[in-house]
Design a protein around this ligand. Structure first.
Ligand SMILES: O=P(O)(O)OC[C@H]1O[C@H](O[C@H]2O[C@H](CO)[C@@H](O)[C@H](O)[C@H]2O)[C@H](O)[C@@H](O)[C@@H]1O
Length: 269
């Protein structure tokens, strides 16, 4: 199915301008942006039209495609199934796969101890709250409450988690959608995008994301860059689409615009 190209005029113009740059970087958040949010985090998959558009863009000259996710690189590779050559930032910027031999995330002894404390503390909190569960991650853990009955109770469980984590040295907190994460390596998606920019030297960067941690990514955009917030909520992004399935139209328009520009410049024989 062809993705819908229905979108507001300001976004369409911004995308056409973005697509005209010689070298572009398209950086995408995964959950809630490329993939719909789902109850079980292991069931998240790219919206098929998004996956197709990402694969098409990854094959174009002058285009770098990247995922910038809170997920571990392992989970991101398994669930997002990025196309060959895609660059990956995981764990909110703490893990990187820029296509070269990069050392994996290595924790110091103190960080390893703090991570262990984070996991056991959050497991205790989750044990008292039916529906809550803990995702173990390379730099910490995430307490999930999407399946806790009722928003208010879910909020109370997260609050309990925050209070318990405040007693652990070196445990940094990150709030997300129905999730509280605690990490021992402080990194942001902004740093991830800055690393990607240094690696790919684009003339312009597009970043799309839906969650509060994505605001760090929007904050490092400048000049000809383009930020797209997916869904509701306050944002520093300049543009907005309603839901993950609308991303396909955005990506498709960029691909279309670049193909049109190439055929215009191709010499006729
Ligand atoms: O930066 P992202 O790629 O958006 O990753 C952020 C977190 O996403 C996952 O949790 C979120 O998505 C789940 C699946 O839809 C949903 O059940 C959960 O409520 C959301 O918070 C993932 O599990 C986390 O590790 C990521 O940090």
């Amino acid at each position: 199915m062809e993705p819908s190209l229905d979108m507001d005029e300001a976004l369409r113009r911004a995308l056409e301008r973005f697509a005209d740059h010689r070298q572009i970087l398209i950086a995408l958040d995964f959950d809630g942006c490329v993939a719909e949010l789902v109850s079980n985090a292991a069931d998240a998959r790219p919206v098929p039209e998004n996956a197709a558009a990402i694969a098409a863009l990854a094959g174009l000259d002058g285009v770098d495609v990247a995922y910038v996710s809170g997920r571990s690189l392992e989970s991101l590779r398994e669930l997002a199934q990025p196309p060959q050559g895609a660059l990956l930032i995981g764990s909110h910027g703490a893990e990187k796969d820029l296509g070269e031999d990069a050392p994996g995330l290595e924790l110091s002894t103190t960080e390893t101890m703090s991570r262990g404390q984070i996991i056991s503390t959050l497991e205790e909190v989750a044990a008292d709250a039916p529906g809550a569960w803990v995702e173990h991650k390379p730099a910490g853990a995430a307490l999930h409450v999407r399946n806790v009955e009722g928003d208010e109770l879910g909020e109370r469980v997260l609050e309990h988690g925050r209070a318990a984590l405040s007693l652990i040295d070196g445990a940094y907190l990150k709030n997300g959608k129905k999730v509280l994460e605690s990490v021992v390596v402080l990194a942001t998606k902004g740093e991830g995008i800055t690393d990607l920019r240094a690696h790919t030297s684009p003339d312009a960067v597009l970043f799309a994301g839906d969650d509060v941690t994505d605001e760090h990514g929007f904050a490092v955009l400048h000049g000809e860059d383009l930020g797209i917030k997916v869904g509701e909520g306050e944002t520093a992004a300049g543009h907005r689409i309603a839901e993950p399935k609308d991303l396909a139209g955005v990506l498709h328009l960029i691909a279309q615009q670049r193909s049109a520009a190439r055929s215009e410049t191709r010499p006729t024989s």
